[in-house]
Write a new protein. Structure first.
Length: 104
C-alpha cells in the first residue's frame, strides 16, 4: 500500500465486515491503490491525522480502524474492522487515536 512513518503498510478487510460484493470489490480496489494524500476526491487508503485510517470509496461508505499492528521487520498491518459512512468516520476519529500493537 505504501509507507507510513517509514513502515511498509499492508491492509486487510476484517471477516466481520458485512457488505455486498460490489462494495467489497470497490474496497479491495481502493486498498490496492494504496495510501492517498489528497484530502478530497480520491479513492484509496487515507490516514486521518493521528486518529484513524480509512478506506475511501465512491458513494460515501468507508472501512476504518485505529489499530495498527507492527512487526520487527518494519511492517504495518492494518485490519479494517469498522464499516460506516463519512460521518461515522469523523465521529470515530474524534473519539480515538491510532494505537500501535506489536505482533510477532
Amino acid at each position: 500500500m505504501g509507507k507510513y512513518k517509514g513502515l511498509d503498510c499492508y491492509g486487510r478487510i476484517s471477516t466481520d465486515i458485512k457488505c455486498d460484493s460490489t462494495q467489497y470489490n470497490e474496497f479491495i480496489n481502493a486498498l490496492e491503490k494504496g495510501i492517498i494524500y489528497k484530502q478530497q476526491g480520491n479513492n484509496g487508503v487515507k490516514f486521518l491525522k493521528e486518529n484513524a485510517v480509512e478506506i475511501k470509496i465512491n458513494g460515501g461508505n468507508r472501512l476504518y480502524t485505529n489499530i495498527l499492528n507492527t512487526n520487527p521487520q518494519g511492517e504495518l498491518l492494518i485490519n479494517f474492522d469498522h464499516f460506516g459512512n463519512h460521518k461515522d468516520v469523523i465521529k470515530f476519529a474524534g473519539e480515538h487515536s491510532l494505537e500501535f500493537h506489536e505482533a510477532f
